[in-house]
Design a protein around this ligand. Sequence first.
Ligand code: CP
Length: 309
Amino acid sequence: MKTTPWNRKDLLGIQDLSPAEINFILDTATAFKQVGQRTIKKVPSLRGKTMVNLFVEPSTRTRTSFELAAKRLSADVINIDTSASSLVKGETLKDTALNLQALKADIITIRHSAAGAPHFLASRLKASVVNAGDGAHEHPTQALLDAFTIWEKKGKIAGLRVTILGDILYSRVARSNIWLLTKLGAHVTLAGPSTLVPRTFEQLGCRVTHNIDDALDGADVINLLRIQHERQRRSAFPSIGEYTAVFGLNKERFARTKSDALIMHPGPINRGVEIDSEIADCERSVILEQVTNGLAVRMAALFLCAGGA
Ligand code: CP
């Protein structure tokens, strides 16, 4: 009998996952992607289960796709508007989560500005906890949907040259991508201003460069990140205009990239800052396909954490 490599209650980050676990989520997502291509885009896998979306930070893509993923799996879904919740009256995150569990929530999907918030809850709850982004720490389902998209387009991950360009220091997307891509054998280059791409990242098995031409040269995948102003106490460069002039992906730089290099971005995009609008919308851009794949990957994450494996 085939055994599953997935025995976790929670999905908290990529750092702790084995390559076998990562591949198992991606394989499960492949099966769920087919559900989205049917006339009736629903399966009964989580019927009778309840998922709560607890987003204490803003989100468009992640929150919506977790809700849709749970609905496609036939779960009941509750979205907490934290600005209208008792968190604003001083209730703690732990008490909030315990109350949701008392209402028989089976899965809590949490986004929080504090790194470690999902881990804090996971160790205190019987319910499954799925990390939808914690501070500058991890955004595991974003890295999984990025990997799913690369694998779909390139047929492999091992051996690819992936450049992540922008604000690496404050980016949870960058950290989760670094863990995932290096575990699966990709060669990762990190690029941007030295204030946002410190050399210490080399310890994670990446190449660091502060020269954009060097970063783009020979890359199979170019993943652009926005500047995370909300996490920076002071600006890491003189002005947005200067950042764009030195590190923005414009038409001239794009023309020098490999003719089949994928252009990726987790969103939200700041058009005209880290990426020219025409490049965001060009044929090689897979930015909206990333969003579509996020649905299948999040169905897989919810299904596996809720015991589906
Ligand atoms: N990529 C991402 O996390 O987008 P949202 O902040 O809109 O969820």
